[in-house]
Design a protein. Structure first.
Length: 345
């Protein structure tokens, strides 16, 4: 069950922060709109009051800013949840959602869509989003097929990692070749790969929200199995959990979660690494507490990163993936240094 009880104060506090950050974020951007005006615009749109907000302001808030704010929250929650799962399955706190080559598969799919023309829609989903999602999932199943999945329990994790690295290098080579042949599309491809919420639409928000919500609920419902799996293959067997089936299950669900985020926003790194690692200090290793806290923390972090992306060089916008890399790079080095010191003791 989802653990938002008093015994999980980190999840409760971070969840309460989400609506506050949403309203604060709505006031940031190239257009000068105050915090109070942004709040009034949302309240008026919901129909709770009539503040006579001008149409241009309502258009900016409701059709431009609010969709990207919500998508950033959804993306942050999804990446952080997937990161917590990967760290448990691989029994390594430095694991993150892109280990199996999801980012490379998504990039290849998006690159193909951009080159052949992304003007058409597949239902309510843009072709770039669809191709990126398909590329992500195909990559995961390809890596699982090559490495043998969990055929030897968690002892096969090394093969999974090597398979993901190999497939990722191959896809990156294909992407580079395609970019060389289509230099007029290179800027668009690179901008997508940096990660951004610039071209967010309500259709993207709804689609990502559905996939992320379903996958997150499934993972949280099975959080106790994730606790057992994180103990190792032998311990899992002794406690009645098949590590092969459980490992494949969690990897596929979390990869679908990551694929939905990447296909909608591009590649945004370090969220799935930083957030679970930090919040584990407050929640402990119990995933019944860590997963909800990570989801809320990821949402807060990525919304704040999006604020920075929109305001630091306004009216120009920095890709949000660049912001998270600036935050995550030093954090990753600090983690490595601490692990090294711990190993030397």
């Amino acid at each position: 069950m989802l653990s938002f009880r008093k015994s999980n104060p980190a999840a409760v506090l971070l969840t309460l922060l989400i609506p506050v950050i949403i309203f604060v974020s709505a006031a940031f951007g190239a257009a000068d709109i105050s915090f109070i005006t942004a709040v009034k615009a949302v309240i008026e749109h919901i129909g709770l009051a009539d503040y006579d907000i001008s149409e241009p302001v309502k258009l900016i808030i409701m059709n431009i800013r609010l969709p990207r704010i919500l998508l950033s929250a959804i993306a942050g929650a999804g990446l952080a949840t997937a990161g917590a799962v990967f760290q448990a399955v691989f029994q390594n706190q430095l694991a993150e959602p892109y280990l199996l080559g999801i980012s490379s598969g998504a990039s290849l799919g998006a690159t193909i869509a951009i080159i052949i023309g992304s003007g058409f829609l597949l239902g309510s989903v843009g072709s770039v989003t669809f191709f990126a999602f398909a590329g992500s999932l195909l990559t995961v199943f390809l890596v699982l097929a090559i490495s043998g999945g969990f055929s030897k329990g968690t002892g096969n994790l090394g093969n999974l990692l090597l398979g993901g690295i190999a497939v990722g290098y191959i896809f990156q080579a294909i992407i580079s070749f395609l970019m060389m042949l289509n230099q007029d599309k290179m800027e668009t491809i690179v901008f997508w790969m940096m990660g951004s919420f610039t071209f967010t639409t309500w259709e993207k928000v709804i689609t990502a929200a559905m996939v992320v919500t379903v996958c997150t609920v499934i993972i949280n419902i099975n959080a106790s199995k994730l606790n057992i799996l994180s103990l190792g293959s032998e311990e899992a067997h002794s406690l009645g959990v098949n590590p092969q089936r459980a490992g494949i299950f969690f990897l596929i669900v979390s990869c679908m979660l990551t694929a939905a985020v990447v296909s909608a926003s591009g590649i945004i790194g370090f969220v799935g690494l930083i957030v679970p690692h930090l919040l584990r200090v407050f929640t402990g290793p119990d995933h019944r507490k860590l997963l909800p806290a990570s989801a809320a923390g990821g949402a807060c972090l990525l919304m704040l990163a999006d604020i920075a992306a929109r305001s630091m060089m306004a009216p120009k916008e920095i890709p949000v993936g660049v912001i998270t890399a600036f935050i995550g790079g030093p954090f990753f080095l600090i983690m490595l240094r601490r692990r090294r010191k711990g190993a030397m003791r």
